[in-house]
Design a protein around this ligand. Structure first.
Ligand SMILES: Cc1cc2nc3c(=O)[nH]c(=O)nc-3n(C[C@H](O)[C@H](O)[C@H](O)COP(=O)(O)OP(=O)(O)OC[C@H]3O[C@@H](n4cnc5c(N)ncnc54)[C@H](O)[C@@H]3O)c2cc1C
Length: 626
């Protein structure tokens, strides 16, 4: 891959100072054990590679590059010390850059709380070079890009806008997006809500684009985040609402006491969702693409610009109607839609994790650990010990209570049962869940690693257990909510307020989270365990049909929404946010969008003029006829 450029035009510099090689980490040919992370790209400017090894160094990421000429280049690596925001010691995310198999002297991931260019000094290269990112710890090292400069005095910028311009120019990417197609309906966000919206609209005749910024569909319900979908489907008077949800989710029912959060990947069946989408001739799927810009005319969105995560290629997609299923209301926010969001007393985000018992052959064989072969080998020779290093940079829980610690009961259970696979490892209650998600996710990591360190090294428990898997994509619960013609509140559920356009059934209680009191001490403002609302005042009977008017924007006239960013108040979010319910919102939005397309109507007009038609469609099967 050649990523070199003559930059004379950009900088007007002299003959020998004009050679750069800009290597995007996400464009490495082989990621090895590193993962691509796009969660914070608006904040820090790019996807990056993350060495998420749960304490065991991951395999090298490698790539080949060709330099414009051989010689001595100054090398810069864009990275950070991810625990520096808490002034924590030890820089756990250390990694090296290997050039032709030999590490350069500087160790990266050791400086700076913010993303910046870490100076790697100079390196002598020939024309063809192999680069490797060599992880030293397995503890969340991260690299965004590498820049080689012939001009040793050149210092790259940390300003995101200027850097974006620079990297696009140097990598030969055009200023303007290419045209990517015209659709009836564009759905942004391929969680349960977005996937169902796309399938539902496509089956009702609309030409649909589905844009998803991860390699898999399902959002929190995917194998990347591993939350188990709840909420009742297929209820009277519209028993077909829920058909698509039931079709794209695996047919597993929980037994008593069974936990389905954070279990092995196959339970979330990413492939089933993908296959169902691919079977729809009316859907064009833009996977690993993130919507980054919105274009408007008057009160309408006319197109969006999407960026491919690996190639950074921009495409402009046009449509008559759009659905914001991003969870964070990114599309609506960019379009100027009315929204509510206060960074205060929010429900937090979680990174679910599990542990495995190295003496249990079945668990070992199923393990998704990055060092799977080494682990299996140890078992074969009868050495099951799973040591874990001390983590001085993690939350210091050595003398603190936390779920899973000896003698601590959490929600009635204790031991490993209350440690792993649990939703309540949650943080960011007073942090910006949209823009500070890297920090929030990293705090979750510090809690998980700190707790495991205390269990293994202070309490000396579970010598043969190890962390088996943890999500590096944060599972979010609450951020922006877009405002529609009805803004539903928890009181409406409790009083069973009736709406003529009741269109999707809600069955979860008013489930709101706050930091759990018994684990707060010493971590005020940085809490890491949550509690949930329960009791009579948070119940509303078995079922509540929520109105269609919560599913479109009140001021952007061609914008729908489905999922956790619909038109509800802070308390109204509690009962609607479970995933089967979010999926059913998608089904309704897809059907309503098809009515809009057929009648050149707005989402609001579906309520005002075409409600009987919507009701007819809600009463019709969501599945394709076999
Ligand atoms: C730990 C945890 C436990 C929970 N427990 C449960 C439970 O037991 N059962 C349950 O049903 N619910 C549970 N919830 C709530 C539920 O998971 C969420 O409310 C639900 O996933 C919301 O669905 P969604 O489709 O709106 O959003 P998401 O599932 O977040 O999906 C949105 C998708 O859009 C993508 N996206 C975002 N921005 C862009 C963009 N700009 N361009 C392209 N794509 C984009 C995201 O990557 C994501 O894949 C839990 C949540 C958490 C975090």
């Amino acid at each position: 891959m050649l990523l070199a450029a003559n930059m004379t035009k950009v900088f007007g510099s002299s003959a020998n100072s004009n050679e750069f090689v800009f290597v995007e980490a996400e464009q490495f040919e082989n990621f090895g054990g590193w993962n691509i992370d796009q969660q914070s790209m608006e904040r820090m400017g790019s996807p990056y590679l993350l060495a998420h090894g749960l304490g065991i160094p991951v395999e090298d990421a490698t790539t080949k590059i060709t330099f414009p000429s051989e010689g001595t280049y100054r090398v810069w690596v864009r990275t950070k010390d991810w625990v520096a925001p808490w002034n924590a010691p030890g820089a756990p995310g250390k990694f090296q850059l290997k050039v032709n198999g030999k590490p350069i002297k500087e160790v990266f991931g050791t400086k700076g709380a913010d993303w910046h260019w870490h100076d790697g000094k100079t390196v002598k290269v020939g024309k063809n070079v192999t680069l490797a990112l060599h992880d030293l710890t397995g503890f969340e090292g991260r690299c965004e890009a590498i820049l080689f400069c012939k001009d040793h005095n050149f210092v790259p910028t940390d300003d995101i806008q200027a850097l974006t311009k620079f990297r696009r120019k140097i990598n030969g990417l055009p200023d303007n997006p290419e045209f990517g197609g015209t659709f009836d309906f564009i759905v942004v966000g391929g969680g349960l809500a977005g996937t169902c919206a796309a399938i539902s609209a496509a089956r009702n005749g609309a030409k649909v684009a589905l844009v998803q910024d991860r390699p898999v569909l399902g959002g929190n319900g995917s194998s990347e985040v591993r939350v188990w979908p709840e909420g009742h489907t297929n209820k009277e008077p519209y028993p077909h609402v829920g058909d698509i949800v039931s079709e794209i989710l695996p047919p597993i029912s929980k037994g008593p006491g069974q936990v389905f959060n954070g279990v092995s990947a196959e339970y979330y069946d990413d492939n089933l969702k993908y296959q169902k989408v691919m079977q729809e001739p009316n859907i064009t799927l833009f996977i690993e693409n993130r919507a980054i810009e919105v274009k408007k005319a008057g009160d309408k969105i006319t197109s969006i610009v999407i960026q491919h995560l690996r190639s950074a290629k921009h495409l402009e997609l046009k449509a008559s109607y759009f659905a914001d299923c991003t969870g964070d209301a990114t599309l609506g926010f960019k379009a100027g839609a009315d929204y509510e969001y206060k960074v205060e007393n929010l429900m937090g985000s979680s990174n679910l994790f599990n542990v495995l018992d190295a003496t249990n052959k079945e668990e070992v064989l199923k393990c998704e650990c990055k060092d799977k072969s080494a682990l299996a080998l140890k078992c074969e020779v009868g050495n099951f010990a799973q040591p874990f290093p001390r983590c001085p940079w993690a939350l210091d829980l050595s003398d603190k209570p936390f779920p899973g610690r000896k003698g601590v009961k959490t929600f009635g259970s204790e031991g490993l049962q209350s440690f792993a696979n649990m939703w309540y490892w949650e943080s960011g209650f007073n942090k910006d869940q949209v823009n500070d998600i890297e920090l929030i996710r990293d705090h979750n990591f510090r809690a998980m690693y700190g707790a495991w360190d205390a269990i293994k090294n202070v309490d000396k428990m579970y010598p043969n257990h190890r962390l088996g898997w943890s999500a590096y994509i944060a599972g979010k619960r609450e951020s922006r909510r877009l405002m529609g013609d009805v803004v539903l509140d928890a009181e409406d559920f409790k009083t069973q307020k009736k709406f003529s356009d009741g269109s999707f059934p809600c069955s979860w209680h008013v489930d709101l989270h706050t930091p759990k009191t018994e684990f707060k001490a010493g971590f005020e403002g940085n809490e890491f365990v949550s509690d949930y609302t329960r009791g009579k005042e948070y119940q509303y009977g078995n079922l509540y049909w929520a109105p269609y008017r919560t599913l479109y924007s009140r001021n952007i006239s061609n914008l729908f929404m489905a999922g956790r960013n619909i038109s509800v108040t802070k308390t109204g979010l509690g009962p609607v946010r479970v995933m089967r319910t979010c999926g059913m919102m998608g089904e309704v939005v897809g059907k309503a969008a098809s009515i809009c397309v057929k009648n050149a109507a707005s989402p609001r007009q579906v309520y005002e003029q075409y409600l009987p038609e919507l009701i007819k469609l809600l009463s019709a099967p969501g599945k394709n006829k076999a």
